[in-house]
Design a protein around this ligand. Structure first.
Ligand SMILES: [Zn+2]
Length: 283
């Protein structure tokens, strides 16, 4: 189990999940471990740089010493459900991806190699959160990828996303079903990858233990950093700050405040993936 990481290769923990699923906190918790670097939403590098967004180090991305030289050559993928389905089947059998995604994968591979030269880490965390980002990693021969499917109760996601962006409950629940359904399907067609599925609720019970379980597959010994280090993290939740795994609190106000009929409607819209993870009206 712990020999997947090759000494010369790069190991990437690839987080997949909806918005408000806890991936930002999970990524920050992982970066508390030695030799783990949180790179954030790499998929959005160009978009974030164009918007003059700030890197986790505090510099605007276009001035960050880690990212500034990567922006111009970085190719985003297009992403549509049809293209993703075709690419998923291709990646599963080792066939080439469609043209745009194949070029995006090459550019991602180049970027990672550059980053690995600049940040001496053994494990990198990508919190792009989209299943199609995993497809790119699956085709990179020098990269060991550890997919982590992060799942949160759709009622919690709907409430949290609604408060933050105003998105309607039905639209968010449908997105929840599609993204988690696609990820479960991907897991089925790529069963040889060292998949982890972690629920928000379990993660909050034992954050450090959850991180160690993931890092074990990267051959990591589970040692934490002695002091926190600046991370060159892209994107993430606005205003997010992290004071360590001891200070993590689960946010589940929906259990008290959400009317039962609304809970039932969200669970219905969230469909079979919600049932797969055991999210039910009672409990
Ligand atoms: Zn930076």
């Amino acid at each position: 189990m712990n020999t997947r990481a090759t000494p010369s290769g790069i190991t990437v923990v690839c987080l997949i999940g909806t918005s408000r699923c806890g991936s930002t906190v999970l990524q920050a918790a992982l970066a508390q471990f030695r030799d783990v670097a949180a790179l954030g939403e790499i998929k959005r590098l160009r978009q974030l740089a164009d918007a003059h967004a700030v890197c986790g180090c505090g510099e605007p991305i276009e001035r960050c010493p880690i990212w500034r030289d990567e922006v111009a050559g970085f190719l985003p993928q297009h992403g549509s459900r049809f293209r993703m389905a075709v690419n998923a089947l291709a990646a599963a059998v080792g066939a080439p991806l469609l043209g745009t995604e194949a070029r995006a994968a090459q550019s991602l591979g180049r970027t990672l190699k550059d980053i690995a030269r600049k940040i001496p880490s053994r494990v990198f965390v990508d919190s792009s959160k989209d299943p199609d980002q995993l497809l790119l990693y699956m085709t990179l021969p020098d990269v060991v990828v550890i997919p982590v499917h992060v799942v949160r109760d759709p009622r919690g996601v709907v409430q949290s996303a609604g408060r933050r962006t105003g998105i309607a409950p039905g639209a968010m629940a449908k997105h929840w079903r599609r993204l988690n359904g696609a990820t479960l399907a991907l897991r089925r067609i790529a069963p040889r990858l060292p998949w982890h599925a972690i629920t928000y609720e379990d993660f909050y019970r034992d954050p450090a233990g959850a991180c160690r379980a993931i890092l074990r597959d990267a051959g990591h010994d589970g040692a934490m950093r002695e002091q926190t280090a600046a991370q060159h993290t892209l994107g993430g939740s606005p205003g997010f700050s992290f004071a360590g795994t001891d200070s993590i609190h689960v946010e589940d106000a929906w259990r008290q405040t959400m009317p039962p009929d609304m809970q039932a409607a969200i669970l219905r819209e969230s469909g079979w993936p919600a049932r797969h993870f055991g999210y039910r009206l009672q409990g």
